[in-house]
Design a protein around this ligand. Structure first.
Ligand SMILES: O=C(O)C1=C[C@@H](OP(=O)(O)O)[C@@H](O)[C@H](O)C1
Ligand SMILES: C=C(OP(=O)(O)O)C(=O)O
Length: 438
């Protein structure tokens, strides 16, 4: 968790002079866009992604698939409305080099795809990508018959020697450090000769909604998937081999990236409307309706979207965020401004996210005068009167948006490297000042 001096530019986080009242169009979901790209690349016919997220993580995914020979044409959709990408799955070829940046979805979802290419695929990325766990994917692919060269640490960099096909079959992994290990194997599973059966052997499994998202999206392109929820064994997912359909899919807004805007309504006692909030979704951000209601707001899901209102009061919360870990920085920021203490649990694995998020949140909130302590699996946050200062972000998009939430209520907060939000939300500064009418 070090500050990168190359990113020392400071952004004065806008202070809210009153209650916000705004409609915010949130761009597409990172998690849905990157799954849709992988599934379209593995399909047996062309497909469309409408309203895809255009951000660092999704452009890295598109670039990686292109490097393996998939054609992705960026343009407008079949009916001429809005941005749409056409994906032409023309075969997976090596040799190729893939830059994963610091995208968990790219570094975990693509080595199983590379095993199907007809040559070596080299994976490399940001310095932090070398520290993020990948052992579940590497060990599983080896069990399934793939040849991989790595340095033995269970992490990047590595080369997958694609042989044009993979046997597949049963595999056991410990996915307690990332649900993305399970998602990664399931996504490519239909294309393996015997499909895949993934058995999770660890004590805990984070981010279950993201595994449900993988299963739902696989089923939507014609894959047969058996899950613990559909009557299968606990902790076992089975994907039958078969061809995948090319679909015309509209990407939902990113509900986790809606979080700072909803938080703005909560901490200023205002109102924010997020158009196109889905009625039914596997996105973890949907849990915000419940979490931020418990913290003092109220919401209404209308046919146009979600209307979220603050009451003027912000309460602390005792919550297990294990299913929705990526919401932790935003919940911690609101908790630091609340009228009572909070305990955030179930998120030990966040120490291996974009940065060590538990250490980073503790340090940065405390440097503004806060009182946060780390626990074995989360944070205790006792609200204090905060003061201005620099909020470091450690190249973590969600640290930057967390700092912006605090800045609404605390004058003089400066966010270091707000540009890091480009990982999933490149327009964040403009959307934020637009929400505030500035
Ligand atoms: O599959 C996905 O799209 C994601 C799964 C989660 O990862 P972990 O299970 O590693 O926390 C989540 O935190 C990440 O932002 C996106
Ligand atoms: C953990 C996150 O990202 P990644 O997909 O890189 O794991 C996140 O977006 O909060």
């Amino acid at each position: 968790m070090t500050v990168n001096p190359a990113h020392s530019a400071l952004w004065p986080a806008p202070h809210a002079s009153g209650a916000v009242d705004a409609t915010v169009h949130v761009p597409g979901s990172k998690s849905v866009t990157n799954r849709a790209l992988v599934l379209a690349a593995l399909a047996s016919e062309p497909g469309w992604l409408r309203r895809p997220l255009r951000s660092r993580d999704t452009l890295l995914m598109a670039g990686a698939l292109r490097a393996m020979g998939v054609a992705i044409e960026e343009g407008v959709g079949p009916d001429g409305t809005g941005e749409a990408w056409r994906v032409l799955p023309t075969g997976l070829h090596g040799p190729a080099t893939v830059d994963v940046g610091n995208a968990g979805t790219v570094m975990r979802f693509l080595p199983p795809v590379a095993a199907l290419a007809d040559g070596p695929i080299r994976f490399d990325g940001d310095p932090r990508s070398y520290e993020r766990p990948l052992h579940g994917v590497i060990d599983a692919l080896r069990q399934l018959g793939a040849r991989i060269d790595d340095d033995g640490r269970g992490a990047l960099p590595l080369t997958v020697h694609g042989a044009g096909a993979l046997d597949g079959g049963p595999v056991s992994i410990d996915a307690s450090s990332s649900s993305q290990f399970v998602s990664a194997l399931l996504l490519s599973g239909p294309r393996y000769n015997q499909g895949v059966e993934v058995r999770h052997t660890g004590a805990t499994l984070p981010s279950l909604p993201h595994i449900r998202m993988t299963v739902d999206m696989l089923r939507a392109v014609g894959a047969q998937v058996d899950t613990p929820e559909s009557g299968g064994e606990p902790n076992v997912w089975r994907v039958t081999p078969g061809a995948l359909l090319g679909r015309d899919l509209t990407i939902e807004p990113d509900l986790s990236n809606a979080q700072p805007f909803l938080a703005a309504a909560l901490v200023t006692g205002g109102k924010v409307m997020i158009p196109d909030w889905p009625e039914r979704t596997t996105q973890p951000g949907d849990r915000l309706r419940e979490i931020f209601t418990e913290m003092g707001g109220s919401c209404e899901l209308t046919e146009y979207g979600l209307v979220f209102s603050g009451s003027g009061a912000v309460h602390g919360i005792d919550v297990d965020l294990g299913d929705v870990g990526e919401l932790t920085p935003g919940v911690a920021a609101v908790a630091a401004l609340a009228d009572s203490p909070s305990t955030l649990r179930g998120v030990a694995h966040l120490r291996l996210h974009e940065t060590d998020r538990l250490a980073a949140l503790t340090k940065e909130i405390n440097e503004l005068g806060g009182d946060v302590t780390e626990t074995a699996d989360g944070l205790h946050i006792r609200p204090r009167r905060l003061h201005g200062g620099v909020f470091h972000t450690y190249e973590d998009h969600r640290m930057a948006t967390a700092g912006a939430i605090i800045g609404l209520a605390v004058e003089g907060v400066q966010i270091e490297n707000v540009a890091t939000t480009a990982k999933t939300l490149p327009d964040f500064p403009e959307l934020w000042t637009g929400m505030l009418g500035q």
